[in-house]
Design a binder for this molecule. Sequence first.
Ligand code: SAM
Length: 207
Amino acid sequence: MFLTSNQISVEKYRNKAAGYDQSAEFTMPLRRKTIAGLHLQAGDVVLDVGAGTGLSYALLLQGVGPTGRVLAFEQSPEMFAKATARLERAPCNNLWHTCASAEDVSLPQMADAVLFNYTHDILRTPEAVANILRQCKPGARVAVAGIKYFPWWTGPLNLLAWAKNRPYNARPADMWSPWDILQPHCATFERESTHWGMGYIAQGVLA
Ligand SMILES: C[S@@+](CC[C@H](N)C(=O)[O-])C[C@H]1O[C@@H](n2cnc3c(N)ncnc32)[C@H](O)[C@@H]1O
């Protein structure tokens, strides 16, 4: 049976949701750094793309303050259930989230800032990127973190990058420049390598 990338991804996360927070604990410093790149201001509306279990929610809420709003979407029902449970444990009235795909999501308002934290599949899907960006204000700030291949001359090391990416992504290839669908939509885009070249973090401003 032929499965779409979205269906493959949903299947991958069905079993990952339970242990996701624990496995992502070591990523918190990088998550904080990526979110800092959004330069959030009180009153901002920030979008958390492919929000997973909502691990970024507290940091984003802190950034926008009580007058701002966090919007989020996540397509995996199991990951979204975890995000909902997180919200039930710490209720707040300025976070809106929905279980939807990046290709189809419809936001209640335009975003001032948008976070792509380890959302490789979404970044590699032009329709998904287009649907998100059309719901962001011109000049919205963008921050991205993710996995990429080591430089080509490291050769077999990239098997490691591919193997690390495969359990999480339906499109485990396409890792030479995973940002290159998003970047042309940006007026500025600054990127640096992380994880000895196997990751990247970027920040910019939409055109
Ligand atoms: C590696 S996790 C990162 C989750 C979260 N951004 C974080 O920082 O913890 C990737 C997430 O993207 C979601 N995802 C993948 N493709 C998607 C799509 N097309 N639309 C919405 N969510 C998607 C997955 O279900 C998964 O929860």
